[in-house]
Design a protein around this ligand. Structure first.
Ligand code: DX5
Ligand code: ZN
Length: 221
């Protein structure tokens, strides 16, 4: 397939005591995007980090900062994440009644906008959003934690969304997040994904393994 395949390193699996170093290390190891998982202990059952941490990470990489917002409400925090250095902000369809407004606001801030669908959310959720987004993210685990197993039914969802994207004629990235590794990356790409989020598969083994981990993911597709 002609479309470029991008690896997004989810720093959820990094050493949080050394985040700057970790981000530099995976940048040098050749990942394409840095994926930052923001969790609020309300929309998802875990708490991670906020705009201050994005601001602290920003000087450590020139790569795209992909902010995955697993928070509700989301709108009150968009300006802060934009100011902190986000390049792309992805909001969940399920996080509130006004996803359309949220995406408009992200675009209004001059950032790339993404919409994410939980495993149980049908593709029809995208029908009136597709003209607004730069990225569609398929959650292939229930959001909240790294290291979970890929939910197989999401392969069909990826296929369906790729068809929708092609029909739209827009250059929308299709990102898959959760349980991605060398064993399933080729199937996800064949189904139509072009951005692969990898947390465990990027960071396992520590810094000396990152370059080989990223190379393994690239070869697997
Ligand atoms: C889960 C997060 C993912 C997660 C992926 O809620 O959105 O980005 O960190 O981790 P792995 O690759 O370990 O499944
Ligand atoms: Zn994520």
């Amino acid at each position: 397939m002609a479309r470029p395949i991008l690896i997004a390193a989810s720093i959820l699996s990094a050493d949080f005591a050394k985040l700057g170093e970790e981000v530099r290390a995976v940048d040098e190891a050749g990942v394409d995007w840095i994926h930052i998982d923001v969790m609020d202990g309300h929309f998802v059952p875990n708490i991670t980090l906020g705009p201050q941490m994005v601001k602290a990470i920003r000087p450590h990489t020139a790569k795209l900062l992909d902010i995955h917002l697993m928070i509700a409400p989301v709108d009150p925090y968009l300006d802060a994440f934009a100011e902190a250095g986000a390049d792309q902000m992805t909001a969940h369809y399920e996080a509130g009644p006004h996803i359309h407004r949220t995406l408009q606001r992200i675009k209004g801030l001059g950032k790339r906008a993404g919409v994410s669908l939980n495993p149980g959310t049908p593709t029809e959720a995208l029908d009136y959003l597709i003209d607004l987004v730069d990225t569609i993210q398929v959650m292939s685990v229930n959001p909240g934690f790294g290291g979970q197993s890929f939910i197989d039914s999401q392969m069909l969802k990826i296929e369906r969304i790729r068809t929708m994207i092609e029909k739209s004629g827009r250059a929308i990235d299709l990102e898959v997040d959760g349980g991605i590794g060398a064993g399933n990356i080729a199937r996800a790409v064949d189904a139509g994904a072009n951005v692969l989020v990898a947390g465990t598969a990027t960071f396992q083994g520590g810094p000396s393994a990152y370059a080989a981990n990223v190379a393994r993911l690239r070869e697997a597709r």
